[in-house]
Design a protein around this ligand. Sequence first.
Ligand code: 5GP
Length: 193
Amino acid sequence: MRLLEERIRKDGIVKSGNVLKVDSFLNHQMDVTLFNEMGKEFKRLFADRPVNKILTIEASGIGIACIVAQHFNVPVVFAKKTQSINIDGEVYTSRIESFTHKRSYDVIVSKKYISKDDRILIIDDFLANGCAVNGLIEMIQSAGATVEGVGIAIEKGQQSGGKLLRDQGIRVASLAIIDSINDETGEIGFKEY
Ligand code: 5GP
């Protein structure tokens, strides 16, 4: 999506450790007009899928997911980060390793909000090694629900997450795919379409 690529080139900041900061329009301050264009594009890309729910993960996926959900006219559920796993069986849980924070944490979704009839589109801000998305997929599978696809704002194509998901036959649509980040020059390379 050209609009998003242009914005990343203009306002994205390269940090050491292969991290791209997009705090001025996506991860801290949010450009809702841009999100709306992203929502339209996800709707176009998944128009043939019978999505009835969007699943994302706390915190930075929530803003994007809510705007995307308006285009699908479906509810959003977000996986909550938690310190203590609830063992009373009321929640689906998954352990996720954070790429940016280099530590693991547990996420939960109440069993009330995912059931076997759900056809779910996963939305997240970044796809790097795929841990976050895989954790969400695990919970969807535990519920016996269907993963209709994965919609990502920025995929870091130089990391393995996208390939791992596509190799499993999951439809992944990323609005911008980065294939190189140079933390000395600040240069960002995009995959050509
Ligand atoms: P993964 O689980 O695919 O390795 O990483 C995805 C998660 O890590 C995303 O939800 C995102 O919050 C965070 N993340 C991964 N790479 C980056 C990055 O370069 N910049 C930012 N801002 N977040 C990232």
